[in-house]
Design a protein around this ligand. Structure first.
Ligand code: ADP
Ligand code: ZN
Length: 435
């Protein structure tokens, strides 16, 4: 059985990837020079396509940050005439200008192809029925997956986000086999299955789930797989690099192949801005290699990950990145310790009595920082006796202390008592320095 969507590209030798990337990098520099932003920058620094003779020469080009994109909103990065542009996507931007990315026909086709290639690698086929539980607006998870699924040839259901009862009905009416959603939505969907006495494992045809757009741990993935009786595949993307289809797990679920024909990968130390040693964690920096309307060079994603050494059993040669550790701006410092929310999630999701929802609250009481973890217990746990509950609270406290070196205050709460977020889950509520 063919496991590749585009075998030639997916299994290219390293030497061929380097050659291919160099050619595309040169094209990208030439195209980018047509935009006001890069045009000025390249002129100042004397950068042309001839400045790079090997992909590693990318370090001659300055980094691009989200602030650069915002600072030149809306058209400063546009590298083609406006009449050639056919769509834009923009990310939320709660303060200041949003970031906006423009696409021409070529860009949209190439993006859909990457999403199709990604879903195919996980095992989705044209015989599947695909339900996309994602917002269909400016958020890239809606249209991004839609066009990818159509390109792959699946019967696709543009379900949109929310309304779990209707989602379940769609799954049952049309025999949905493949779903895309954010991971934090799955426990809620699972509860609604329960309320209607439907067992998703036996009373649906679900087999593949694509989860992405927010950080989650391996432990959360295992729970999700178990709840729905599916294989869940990690999907990474960001609107600056199109959206979904940047890096994706293959059937072996051992890290995400980052599509190197379309993106050039660097992993840097966010302080020194130098490359980290192979296999070390750092900030992912990406360059578009196949985008025409809105090329971006050396974009600092702020996402922290590492390259996984070695080759993948699937035979694909494109490098794999590890599950995102979080964003550099997710990290909080408490009593001198650097903590990532995912460290806490990892501990919580390993404890069977712990439910699926939690929130981390940071408070400052009388000049002392407190790490408070509100965590839902599993259904039925509160019927147990007090001694058992205390033991569970103590266990959570100790295990978190061992992981993050700060002793938290753990509050076990009833199932479904922590408010659900619209869209991506908010894991940290920092109330320090608030008056
Ligand atoms: P917005 O900026 O509006 O949230 P984006 O689509 O640009 O919308 O969000 C992209 C970000 O989402 C990434 O930079 C990353 O932080 C996060 N993200 C996306 N996919 C994953 C994933 N599989 N694992 C962890 N984080 C992810
Ligand atoms: Zn693989």
């Amino acid at each position: 059985m063919n496991i590749y969507w585009e075998k030639d590209i997916e299994t290219m030798s390293r030497a061929d990837i380097n050659k291919f990337q160099l050619e595309r990098l040169k094209q990208t520099i030439s195209r980018a020079a047509q935009s006001t932003y890069y045009g000025n920058l390249f002129k100042q620094q004397g950068i042309t396509a001839n400045s790079v003779n090997h992909v590693s020469d990318i370090n001659k080009i300055p980094f691009t940050t989200k602030e650069d994109l915002r600072g030149h909103f809306p058209y400063g990065f546009l590298a083609v005439e406006k009449k050639e542009v056919v769509r834009l996507h923009s990310s939320s931007g709660t303060t200041g200008n949003p970031t906006v990315i423009f696409h021409n026909h070529h860009d949209l086709d190439a993006w859909a192809n990457l999403v199709a290639r990604s879903m195919f690698a996980a095992g989705a086929r044209d015989t599947d029925v695909f339900q996309n539980i994602a917002g269909y607006g400016l958020f890239t998870g809606g249209l991004g997956f839609q066009y990818g699924a159509e390109k792959l040839g699946m019967l696709s259901i543009p379900a949109g986000a929310g309304n779990s009862k209707r989602q379940i009905k769609l799954m049952q009416d049309y025999g949905t086999t493949v779903v895309h959603t954010i991971p934090s939505y799955v426990p809620h969907l699972f509860d609604v299955f329960g309320e209607h006495n439907i067992d998703p494992r036996t009373e649906t045809d679900l087999r593949i789930l694509f989860i992405g757009a927010e950080p989650h741990t391996e432990e959360a993935r295992l729970r999700i797989q178990d709840m729905l009786g599916v294989k869940a595949f990690n999907s990474y993307g960001l609107s600056e690099m199109n959206g979904p289809g940047v890096a994706f797990e293959c059937q072996y679920q051992q890290g995400m192949h980052l599509w190197e024909d379309s993106f050039l990968i660097e992993i840097i130390n966010p302080q020194t801005l130098e490359p980290v040693a192979e296999g070390e964690v750092g900030e992912l920096v990406l360059t578009t290699l196949n985008r025409r309307a809105n090329p971006i060079l050396r974009y600092r994603t702020r996402d922290l990950t590492r390259l996984i050494p070695g080759t993948c059993t699937c035979g694909r040669t494109h490098k794999r990145v590890d599950r995102m550790k979080g964003r550099s701006d997710d990290m909080f410092i408490i009593r001198g310790c650097n903590v990532f929310p995912m460290q806490i999630e990892k501990v919580l999701m390993q404890i069977p009595e712990v439910g699926n929802n939690y929130i981390i609250v940071l408070e400052n009481n009388n000049d002392v920082d407190e790490l408070i973890i509100e965590v839902e217990a599993k259904e039925g746990i509160f019927l147990d006796n007090l001694a058992k509950l205390e033991r569970l609270t103590r266990q959570i406290t100790t295990e978190i202390k061992n992981e993050v070196l700060v002793t938290p205050k753990v509050k076990l709460v009833e199932p479904n008592s922590i408010p659900k977020c619209e869209g991506k889950a908010i894991r940290v509520n920092d109330l320090r320095n608030q008056f």
